[in-house]
Design a protein around this ligand. Structure first.
Ligand code: ADP
Ligand code: K
Ligand code: ZN
Length: 434
């Protein structure tokens, strides 16, 4: 089912005309209301009136995550504070997080796009949706929630955690659709086996999975083990949250980007040059309708390619392929974004540790695990074991509190972590994804 047939099947010509009108309006709004953009446009010698065709997009300045951090918390907001009705923030509150604000219309559009996304995944108002994305500052939970309600489905706001109970709820309530990270879906499957429940015998029939990279092999595994149809959903809080793009259940081949609201491009992450459709590079998105925090050419750091070929489902919006990596060092641990620098900041604050550390990421079954190995500083090494253990526990707790991930912290002897002659190798990622 196509939720908004008019918009989702707009002929390319009409879609581009709409995009151009919205792009010009966006440029005027950010130039008039956001000092950061006025400065950037002036530096680039470009004024909103210079944007006459869609291909002029390439003259506009990029926006980077660092720009959001530099303007923390509200510096990039484009409307008076009283028009903002909700805030969300990216995971990670040490250093500077990124904060995003939504007007009433932004929330309305978001619900609309998540409703479109559910419909594309084959979900209808007759479905019961078990929403295991985290509720809170993270955009996943509430984003999916309001989309499900907009569609008219029944939403069960389970949020994350409490896996045993989730399995029981899945059985007792008889949800037909589940949303969560793909790794959590497999974790739920393991837990269900332990509870003597075969998920394939439950009414569950579809899953909407995202927030972290996954592969075709993992899709096959989930579909087989849970007895469902699984689709990929993409989003990021800076641009909106979940529902920026989704696979249609018809083709399951690339995620349609809701192009009437988001203008995508692919660039070479090193030179910043635009690449032709089909080539792999960094995804850049311009928000065409967002009011609270509109972004011009936001560099997502996600590596993918764009596919403009027609899709069997009838939607005209172009598709992005699976994300194959990131052009920065951000780790995604069970859906939560973590930058090594955030862990470093905690280590530096902690007593008795040296700044020599390494983060080891592994995949145990289907779950990501991180271990942070930190060298004890020389004068603390003679400490009693129980003191060391206490220090480990304290750092572990701080990481959980500030970054929202459970990491195993291990203090190691001085001078045991390999020194590097160039850039220190802080992250050892032993997971195999894609
Ligand atoms: P989200 O709620 O989508 O996780 P965040 O802002 O916390 O939002 O994280 C956004 C990042 O998560 C993206 O830039 C991307 O790296 C990753 N991500 C989101 N969805 C997917 C997906 N379907 N496949 C791969 N990575 C994804
Ligand atoms: K994420
Ligand atoms: Zn399609």
């Amino acid at each position: 089912m196509i939720f908004d047939v008019d918009r989702e099947t707009l002929p390319r010509e009409d879609l581009e005309a709409l995009q151009l009108t919205r792009l010009r309006n966006l440029c005027e709004r950010v130039y008039a209301n956001v000092p950061h953009y006025r400065r950037r446009f002036d530096e680039a010698g470009i004024s909103p009136a210079d944007i006459r065709k869609l291909s002029d997009l390439k003259y506009l300045p990029f926006t980077e995550k660092q720009d959001l951090r530099n303007n923390y918390p509200y510096g990039l907001f484009a409307v008076p504070k009283e028009n903002i009705v909700r805030l969300h923030a990216s995971s990670g509150t040490t250093g500077k997080a990124t904060v995003v604000g939504y007007t009433k219309r932004d929330l309305d559009n978001w619900a609309e796009m998540m409703a479109r996304a559910f419909a594309a995944a084959g979900v209808s108002r007759r479905d019961l949706i078990h929403n295991a994305y985290g509720y809170g500052l993270f955009t996943g939970g509430l984003g999916a929630h309001y989309g499900a309600e907009r569609l008219g489905a029944t939403v069960i706001p389970v949020s994350g955690g409490g896996t045993k109970r989730q399995v029981q709820l899945l059985r007792d309530f008889g949800a037909t659709v589940i949303c969560c990270t793909p790794s959590y879906a497999l974790y739920l499957h393991e837990a269900s086996l332990e509870a003597g429940i075969d998920m394939r015998e439950l009414p569950l029939r579809a899953g909407v999975f995202g927030a972290e990279p996954w592969s075709e092999e993992m899709r096959a595994e989930i579909e087989q083990k849970l007895g469902i149809s699984a689709v990929n959903i993409y989003g990021l809080s800076e641009i909106m949250g979940p529902g920026v793009a989704i696979e249609c259940a018809d083709a399951k081949s690339g995620m349609h980007i809701f192009e009437d609201h988001f203008l995508p491009e692919i660039i070479d992450p090193v030179t910043g040059e635009q690449l032709p459709y089909g080539e792999t590079g960094e995804l850049v998105i311009t928000t065409l309708t967002k009011e609270g925090i509109p972004l011009v050419r936001y560099r997502t750091r996600d590596i993918t390619s764009l596919d403009r070929t027609p899709c069997s489902c009838g939607r005209t919006h172009m598709r992005m392929r699976r994300i194959t990596g990131r052009s920065d060092d951000m780790l995604i641990i069970r859906g939560v974004n973590v930058f090594p620098q955030q862990i470093e900041a905690i280590i530096i604050e902690a007593e008795g540790t040296s700044p020599h550390y390494q983060i080891v990421v592994t995949r145990d079954g289907n779950l990501d695990n991180i271990e942070v190995q930190i060298e004890v500083s020389g004068d603390f090494f003679s400490d009693a074991i129980k003191n060391l253990q206490r220090r480990e526990a304290r750092i572990q707790k701080t990481i959980k509190e500030f970054l929202g991930v459970t990491a195993k912290v291990r203090l190691v002897e001085p001078r045991t972590i390999q020194r590097s002659e160039g850039k220190a190798k802080r992250v050892v990622d032993l997971r195999e994804v894609n």
